[in-house]
Design a binder for this molecule. Structure first.
Ligand SMILES: C[S@@+](CC[C@H](N)C(=O)[O-])C[C@H]1O[C@@H](n2cnc3c(N)ncnc32)[C@H](O)[C@@H]1O
Length: 295
């Protein structure tokens, strides 16, 4: 990323992240430390919304940007400790602007810090709480097809912390497209075990809540296996096959018309971390994001 973060929206970047929350409390925010791959992810988002906001404006749609795991709006760069802008601040800088923004975070301190940076703006809405509930009950229902509205929703959790209803409801609107951080690392650590019998029930439950049903078991341990191993046991499917199965699920299960080929994001040492998966009802959007993710 070549942009100077200090220039983003003219923000004065504090070296120490202290923000006064109300009169009495003063919180020190622990910024997340992010690797080069996270900066690349934010860059992909920025590139896409840059194109998307222009297209929506040209077609006279009411446009909404939703950041469901918004964070504090600032991170520390791994290695140097430099402050870098997070996805909400990067997107607020895009022109033409969206008509409306929704920023959600479970961590009230982070959301308050983000609010401080954004300032009072009638077009920006902050929601403190679990995005699994807020998206489905408050935000997605506003993006109505008949009102000529469209939205891009970034779903960027640390792990597999989304519930299937979010994908399903986003698809059902016909107006909301999503970019999902699909954590293959979380999956491999907790359900992608060599021996599926060793999966803990609470991890299986979490995976089912994410995938929407139990078919993840075939995707993770049986699909794409031409034959069982020598001992007649199922083997763990390759990461790419699991990501492909998740894309198929977004199409067949949730009902998205287009899903771009997933992009694997790895650490600098080559460890697979997550796939970026884009799903939409719009062929042009999927084509544009497909090109960005290939880049
Ligand atoms: C990976 S960070 C998001 C980074 C941000 N998208 C960016 O690029 O700048 C994940 C964020 O999700 C928040 N979070 C975790 N669980 C959540 C939930 N259920 N609902 C909303 N936010 C959540 C965390 O507090 C954290 O700030």
């Amino acid at each position: 990323m070549t942009r100077d973060p200090a220039r983003v929206r003219g923000i004065l970047w504090a070296t120490e992240a202290k923000v006064t929350l109300g009169r009495r409390r003063q919180h020190t925010i622990e910024f997340d430390e992010i690797g080069e791959w996270s900066e690349r992810k934010i860059e992909y988002v920025r590139k896409y919304v840059d194109a998307y906001s222009r297209i929506l404006q040209r077609q006279k749609f009411h446009s909404t940007y939703i950041d469901a795991f918004a964070g504090a709006g600032v991170h520390r760069r791994k290695g140097t400790g430099e402050l870098v802008p997070g996805s909400p601040m990067q997107v607020l800088d895009v022109t033409p602007p969206f008509d409306e923004y929704h920023f959600i975070d479970l961590d009230v301190s982070k959301l308050d810090y983000l609010k401080e940076q954004v300032g009072e703006r009638p077009d920006v809405h902050f929601h403190a709480g679990d995005c699994n509930e807020i998206l489905v009950s408050e935000v997605f229902p506003q993006i109505r097809y008949k009102d000529y509205r469209r939205a891009f929703c970034l779903l960027d959790p640390y792990g597999l912390h989304l519930r299937w209803e979010v994908f399903h409801e986003a698809a059902r609107t016909g107006t909301v497209e999503i970019l999902v951080n699909f954590s293959i690392m979380d999956l491999n650590m907790n359900v992608g075990l060599k021996n599926p019998a060793g999966i803990k029930p609470e991890q299986a439950e979490r995976m089912t809540a994410f995938w929407g049903d139990e078919t993840w078991r075939e995707a993770v341990h049986a699909l794409n296996q031409t034959q069982p191993n020598l001992f007649g046991l199922e083997e763990k499917a390759p990461n790419d096959a699991i990501a492909k199965a998740f894309c198929q699920r977004l199409k067949d299960g949730a009902g998205f018309a287009y899903v771009a080929p997933p992009r694997l994001m790895s650490s600098t040492s080559g460890a697979p971390l997550y796939y970026l998966v884009f799903a939409s009802h719009n062929a042009t959007g999927a084509k544009i994001m497909g090109e960005i993710l290939r880049g």
